[in-house]
Design a protein around this ligand. Structure first.
Ligand SMILES: NC(=O)c1ccc[n+]([C@@H]2O[C@H](COP(=O)([O-])OP(=O)(O)OC[C@H]3O[C@@H](n4cnc5c(N)ncnc54)[C@H](OP(=O)(O)O)[C@@H]3O)[C@@H](O)[C@H]2O)c1
Length: 218
């Protein structure tokens, strides 16, 4: 096993997050998770390396308690209903980053969507049409993810943030290995995105990037 680390995970009961937690525990790492409903963690709940804190990012969680001693912070958050009303992730990341500074925790991976525009990037018309007319219920989530990227790029350059703009279709078996790409998004499965994020968060070259992930050609 690589060096044993402590991952602070937000979104641990979600599509990507549950795989991320399972993989981290399987590799012998420690995981600390803020979850609204611990029962959703399933079998992982009984793992001695999992520390569960119950709560919501919108209810002022104790960030000192959560961040202290973490090596890596991971956000795989998503709530399209709440995000259609308010940018809850952005508001939370704006609280999280100062707590990270205070506790000397540098590395932060934020998972956004491949259809979200990176800071200073642009949205190709085809993606704009798809986002606007076919998946308009996710509009608030994309706008929230984009606001997180703006905040990180403009006000958190001292933090070693990495944004993964993931493309995901569902929860099937692995389709292969993802690698970072500035140009070509793949439509992956949750499991592969989680495995990729495990590697990505340790990749120094990925710091301050907001790239896609793409399947390595066999
Ligand atoms: N799903 C996709 O197809 C897809 C595709 C590309 C990119 N993405 C991006 O990937 C990211 C994660 O998506 P996902 O599909 O893996 O996640 P998801 O299945 O939607 O799960 C979201 C996670 O966030 C947690 N969460 C939401 N609001 C919370 C709150 N107020 N307090 C604490 N936890 C909260 C949820 O907890 P509960 O279990 O309690 O709800 C859940 O664990 C998002 O930024 C999304 O845009 C997703």
């Amino acid at each position: 096993m690589a060096q044993r680390s402590t991952f602070l995970v937000f979104g641990a009961t979600g599509g990507t997050g549950k795989h991320f937690v399972a993989q981290a525990l399987q590799d012998g790492h420690r995981v600390r998770a803020l979850v609204r409903d611990p029962a959703k963690l399933g079998a992982a709940q009984s793992d001695p390396n999992l520390e569960v804190h119950q709560g919501s990012i919108t209810d002022a969680p104790n960030l000192d308690e959560l961040v202290r001693g973490a090596d890596y912070v991971v956000s795989m958050l998503g709530d399209k209903h709440a995000q259609s009303v308010s940018k809850i992730d952005t508001a939370f990341v704006k609280q999280l980053v100062p707590a990270m500074r205070q506790h000397g925790v540098k590395r932060f991976l934020y998972q956004a969507g491949g259809l979200s525009k990176p800071y200073n990037g642009y949205t190709p018309w085809s993606i704009w049409v798809f986002r606007t007319f076919f998946i308009s219920s996710f509009r608030g989530q994309h706008e929230d993810n984009e606001a997180v990227m703006v905040y990180l790029a403009t006000e958190a350059t001292d933090i070693e943030w990495i944004v993964h703009r993931a493309g995901i279709i569902g929860d099937g078996p692995s389709k292969g290995t993802l690698q970072r790409s500035t140009t070509s998004p793949s439509i992956g499965v949750f499991r592969d995105c989680a495995e990729y994020s495990h590697r990505l968060i340790r990749e120094s070259a990925a710091i301050h990037t907001s790239d896609f992930s793409h399947y390595v050609k066999a």
